[in-house]
Design a protein. Structure first.
Length: 128
């Protein structure tokens, strides 16, 4: 019986090498992304909390479903508790790079990490 390595054609190898190259470029881009300086929290489209990323803080944010608990420490900003049913915002982990977003969509809470003053966001457009 032939192994998958023996069955692959030159085109298959080319695709594998291209995907590997794209993955390495993505990892390198993440490694050089600037660390953020501020945390901006919006609830229902309005800014409700702003803090420096280097100052440890713990806060409860009010949303339509209840309170979402946000922690800012040396790891970054992350959600530790939320009344939403699937808890995806908690599973997102810490955000600390400029342009990172955490969102609790059912509770209408969005946490955005902002970079140094005057630095553009790494994305072109956000849609609601």
């Amino acid at each position: 019986m032939k192994t998958p390595w023996q069955i692959m054609t030159k085109g298959d190898w080319l695709i594998v090498l291209m995907l590997l190259g794209i993955a390495l470029v993505g990892i390198a881009w993440l490694a050089v992304a600037p660390t953020g300086t501020r945390v901006i929290v919006t609830s229902g489209g309005e800014t409700c909390f702003v803090a420096d990323l280097d100052r440890p803080t713990s806060i409860d944010l009010d949303g339509p479903l209840g309170k979402t608990h946000l922690v800012i420490d040396e790891q970054g900003a992350y959600v530790t508790g939320s009344p939403c049913p699937r808890k995806i915002c908690i599973a997102m982990g810490p955000a600390k790079r400029a342009g990172d977003l955490l969102a609790c969509v059912p509770n209408r809470i969005m946490v955005r990490i902002e970079g140094p003053a005057g630095e553009d966001a790494p994305y072109d457009l956000l849609s609601r």
